[in-house]
Design a protein around this ligand. Structure first.
Ligand code: ADP
Ligand code: ZN
Ligand code: MG
Length: 483
């Protein structure tokens, strides 16, 4: 039986976090009253002229540099012509052909222990369209608030002739997107919100007999708005194409839509029917010329990127690759960890709390790290309360949860809730006496040699003291009493 190999190319669009739109001064924001952030330029009114948003260009150049691209020294805009109501000018200002801002870069991904350098074909700048809202009947409403928002497109290279690795599985496609999103967030150029559509991904998928030198016919999937959807959509499409070929059919070059409720892809339109865009250079904008010194200045402005931070965390704090990877996945998490480490002597303990309780609570609450009420200082204070014996490790978890929910200082929580650890031997002794009196059978069996019962007694005493007894003291006293 023929074995097939999937080949995947990813087109990712990201709205840029600029204050204003790409070619006019209108404000960029999500949502809001429809058609309130528009002007003659982004409405495409006759006689209006575009002016390039310099900040958007810088963002794309920095992204391209972070993705190891070469920067074109000369880059121009094109008009992509098509007619649709979300595009008031009748064309989108975009970049085409040999003139994108960045070319020939790569993103490193690691899946199942194998590291690949996924080739980046191009990084370019364009503008977003308006938004159509289909209401009941055959009516549609259009909102131009999004029209002209700076949009960056990042396209991977599927051809190994370019000198880089390709994406060959749904796992790798998702991991590529995870890595790319993390880099964009570190750079501060995107908010990365797939659910709001500010980060959008369209995978192109084909399969070919393993070892074949030619590529199969590809399909493109639209409407994927989560990592999970990207993974499921790509996986589904690989399996569907394989089924088609095994049954003797042919894959059609088409655009398919991910149908989330049914978990299938469905045909949207055939590529053969797609219109000709009649690209031509935008006559209202001058070419962009990037001097080498200016490019180097932009390179200097790059922040420490996820991989560099990971390597530094391993070297500086002695963390494992796994721990350093988790902690640097998100910039906000890495910053939380690093601030806490400044105030505490043992990075490993800070890492455990950050990756453990902290992330667990963040995920359970379904929020982002930067929305959390706990400060790094609070974590440090809590660790110190553990070190000086004020609270036990068990109580610390209760305190941590309370800090997470209320943002209060650990000292205050301990005081308010009376969580101070009991180290006073006489108080613990009376709890022990009570437990032993209530469990005469267990005491007898223990004395007859069943040593494992010590754990049972410790548990009972901890329960009687609501977890506040110092476990070390409990153990010591129990052994004495039972000997
Ligand atoms: P278009 O803009 O028409 O969708 P592009 O040439 O820009 O086409 O390619 C889009 C993406 O599809 C790129 O990532 C490219 O590497 C990828 N791609 C092109 N051909 C194939 C193929 N046969 N199999 C898989 N991916 C492909
Ligand atoms: Zn405008
Ligand atoms: Mg495409």
């Amino acid at each position: 039986m023929i074995e097939y190999e999937p080949v995947i190319g990813m087109e990712v669009h990201s709205e840029l976090l600029t204050e204003s739109k790409m070619f006019c001064g209108c404000k960029v924001a999500f949502g809001g009253e429809p058609n309130t952030r528009c002007c003659p330029v982004c409405l495409g009114l006759p006689g209006s002229l575009p002016v390039v948003n310099k900040r958007a260009v810088e963002f794309v150049v920095r992204t391209a540099l972070a993705l190891n691209c070469e920067i074109s020294h000369h880059s121009i805009f094109h008009r992509k012509n098509y007619f649709y109501p979300d595009l008031p000018k009748g064309y989108q200002i975009s970049q085409y052909g040999e003139t994108p801002i960045g070319v020939r870069g790569y993103v490193e991904i690691t899946v199942n222990g194998t590291t690949k350098r996924i080739g980046i074909r191009r990084v370019h700048l364009e503008e977003d369209t308006g938004k159509l809202l289909h209401v009941e009947g055959d009516r549609s409403l259009v909102d131009y608030n999004r029209s002209g928002v700076p949009l960056m497109e990042i396209v991977t290279e599927h051809d190994p002739a370019a000198g880089f690795d390709q994406i060959n599985s749904a796992d790798e496609a998702r991991e590529y997107l995870v890595r790319l999103r993390s880099i964009l967030l570190y750079l501060g150029v995107s908010d990365g919100k797939m659910e709001e559509g500010s980060l959008r991904c369209e995978p192109n998928i084909s399969i070919r007999p393993k070892g074949s030198g030619e590529f199969g016919v590809r399909t493109e999937i639209k409407n994927l708005n989560s990592f999970r959807a990207v993974y499921n959509g790509v996986k589904y499409e690989i399996e569907r194409q394989e089924r088609v070929l095994r049954e003797g059919g042919t894959v059609i070059h088409e655009t398919r839509r991910w149908d989330e409720p049914r978990s299938v892809t469905a045909s949207m339109r055939s590529k053969e029917l797609e219109q000709e865009y009649r690209y031509f250079p935008e006559p209202d904008l001058v070419p962009m010329v990037f001097e080498p010194e200016w490019i180097e200045a932009q390179r200097h402005l790059l922040p420490e990127l996820p991989q560099e931070k990971k390597a530094r965390f391993m070297a500086e704090f002695g963390l494992t690759a796994y721990d350093a990877g988790v902690l640097t996945d998100s910039k906000a998490l890495a910053e939380f960890f690093e601030k806490a480490v400044e105030g505490y002597h043992d990075p490993k303990i800070v890492a455990n709390w950050t990756m453990g309780e902290f992330l667990r609570l963040v995920n359970a609450a379904g929020i982002e790290v930067d929305q959390v009420k706990i400060t790094p200082g609070h974590l440090v204070d809590m660790l110190k309360l553990m070190d000086n014996g004020t609270i036990s490790g068990k109580i610390a978890k209760t305190v941590f949860t309370e800090m997470f929910e209320t943002g209060k200082r650990p000292e205050d929580i301990v005081k308010e809730k009376g969580l101070v650890q009991i180290t006073d031997e006489s108080a613990i002794e009376s709890a022990i006496d009570q437990v032993l009196a209530e469990n005469p059978n267990e005491v007898e069996r223990y004395k007859a040699g069943k040593q494992e019962l010590l754990g049972f007694f410790v548990g009972q005493v901890m329960r009687a003291t609501k977890g506040k007894a110092n476990p070390g003291v409990v153990n010591k006293l129990l052994r004495e009493k039972l000997s």
